[in-house]
Design a protein around this ligand. Structure first.
Ligand SMILES: [Zn+2]
Ligand SMILES: [Zn+2]
Length: 166
């Protein structure tokens, strides 16, 4: 979980980003941003709407979408497409280091992992291709431990490949 201090610092940064763009820092935008900064996982728009409703906030989906769009553009929040037909969002605050994702095709669970090998890959790419890596994204699709142990089998054909569906 994010500390109260990280949360308010992130909201101030977001406010500054909005002002730089000449956009109003509305209370509704701050409330949506606060939900995203305060959550640990990968939130769908429905998750965010549910949380807001639980807090007694009446904020429409259009405002949520628009605020998420601005949060992603500010680079304070990352947008993910795990092939579910909708996007998921997670903040990039400092207590949440760079990580990759394992996505279960059976139950939809998303597990995070870190890999030092990927840094090595980036260094090799830099050496061999003279390419300067800035960011990367690795998503591995398959069966989580629980689904695998429960005996679920996935057909090898017809797996959703996010690259092909873009
Ligand atoms: Zn699973
Ligand atoms: Zn994540």
């Amino acid at each position: 979980m994010t500390t109260e201090r990280d949360r308010s610092a992130a909201i101030r940064l977001f406010g500054r980003y909005l002002r730089d763009l000449g956009l109003p820092v509305t209370q509704q935008r701050e409330v949506v941003a606060d939900v995203v900064f305060g959550a640990a996982g990968h939130l769908s728009v429905d998750d965010i709407a549910d949380t807001l409703r639980g807090c007694g906030e009446r904020i429409g989906k259009a405002t949520i979408y628009r605020t998420l769009d601005l949060l992603v553009r500010s680079r304070l929040v990352a947008e993910h497409d795990f092939g579910e037909g909708f996007k998921r969002y997670e903040h990039r605050l400092s207590n949440h280091p760079i990580h990759e994702h394992l996505i279960c095709l059976e139950c939809g669970k998303v597990v995070e992992f870190e890999s030092n090998e990927l840094y090595r890959v980036e260094n090799n790419v830099r050496r061999e291709y003279g390419f300067v890596p800035v960011r990367r994204r690795l998503e591995i699709y398959g069966l989580c431990k629980e689904c695998h142990e429960a005996g679920v089998e996935l057909p090898l054909e017809g797996l959703t490949c996010p690259i092909e569906t873009v």
